[in-house]
Design a binder for this molecule. Structure first.
Ligand code: ACO
Length: 305
């Protein structure tokens, strides 16, 4: 499997820490120091953002919807229970074949990458994989503990069959359902979490699964050109990077501008890094996510041309 192109989309509306401080008992200083977030984008729907990100990924690959055989949308905030958000994307982009959603919370994009690799290994053609999330819709905007963290956005990649090794060198998907109460949102309800406990566990599981992905591919952390972690808290990102031995200079960070966009955070960060020329052919790129469930997952890519 090769990763052919990336796309991204965020709503136009910017919500700054000052905007939040004006209506909640919080401050720019607290939010910046404790999370690394300065502003976030709010608006749209999971499908509208996914369509925009998907269209950009298709255009960059020089493809149209007719060239895609499967649409996978990783999301926990789909437009409806049914139809799937992927069905709406399929219709809008005119893709053929299968379309389905996947919910593994913030690990959804890495889960989707592995599912896509499995589909391609068993004969599927091109896949459009999108992480799209509108956490603003399941956030209680009077709850300062959640409101300061979340944002909306989408990131997409086009994946296709390849001769030989391909771009995905190793991956692992993990979960522990006994920890599901750490982050919850009932139908029609709002996000609630045990932030401190997630924080503590997140660093550990990111490091463990990233080291396993590296070990399985026989790669050392020092050889990783770019670490693309889930963007939940800058302190989690830096602590995990330090333990892995990957400095912040080789880490993709977009949390300052987008907040926590759940399954969209890794593809948003990856798209920006690719667009800014931070990854080159042959570079090793390590993706690592964690989130509700709990779920956590890592994947190691060798960047293509
Ligand atoms: N503004 C000001 N003060 C606040 C805020 C706020 N927005 N939120 C909490 N506080 C206060 C608390 O009440 C507490 O006050 P106290 O000391 O008087 O009791 C103090 O700040 C410290 O609170 P902590 O919860 O200990 O703060 P911490 O440093 O742990 O940061 C945070 C909290 C940012 C939530 C952190 O724990 C975290 O990032 N956890 C992981 C979150 C995460 O990754 N979630 C999973 C993904 S979320 C998703 O998928 C949607």
């Amino acid at each position: 499997m090769v990763l052919r192109s990336c796309g991204a989309a965020v709503p136009d509306k910017v919500l700054t820490n000052e905007d939040l401080s004006a209506r909640l008992d919080t401050s720019d200083k607290w939010i910046t120091e404790r999370t690394g977030i300065r502003e976030r984008r709010i608006g749209g729907t999971a499908s509208s953002l996914a369509i925009d990100a998907g269209r950009q990924a298709l255009e960059r690959a020089g493809l149209t919807g007719a060239d895609i055989d499967v649409v996978i949308v990783a999301t926990a905030t789909g437009d409806a229970v049914t139809p799937s958000t992927a069905a709406i994307v399929q219709d809008a982009l005119g893709t053929a074949g299968a379309a389905f959603d996947l919910n593994a919370a913030c690990s959804g994009f890495v889960y989707g990458l592995v599912v896509a690799a499995g589909l391609i290994a068993t004969g599927s053609g091109r896949i459009l994989l999108v992480g799209s999330e509108v956490l603003s819709r399941i956030t209680d905007w009077d709850d300062r503990t959640m409101a300061v963290l979340v944002g909306d956005g989408a990131g997409a990649v086009v994946l296709e069959p390849a001769e030989g090794e391909g771009n995905l060198l190793s991956a692992n998907l993990n979960g522990d359902g006994s920890l599901r109460q750490l982050l919850t949102c009932d139908h029609g309800g709002y996000l609630a979490m045990d932030g401190r406990e997630i924080f503590r566990r997140a660093i550990r599981v990111v490091v463990e699964s990233a080291e396993r992905a590296l070990g399985d591919a026989g790669i050392r952390a020092q050889d990783v050109a770019l670490f693309v972690p889930h963007q939940a808290n800058l302190r989690i990102i830096t602590a995990a990077g330090q333990r892995l031995g990957i400095p912040i200079e080789r880490t993709a960070v977009v949390i300052d501008r987008y907040g926590n966009t759940s399954s969209a955070s890794i593809p948003l960060a990856l798209e920006e890094a690719a667009r800014m020329g931070r990854v080159h052919e042959g570079d090793l790129v390590l993706l690592s996510g964690f989130g509700g469930g709990m779920t956590w997952a890592s994947a190691l890519l060798r960047w293509g041309p």
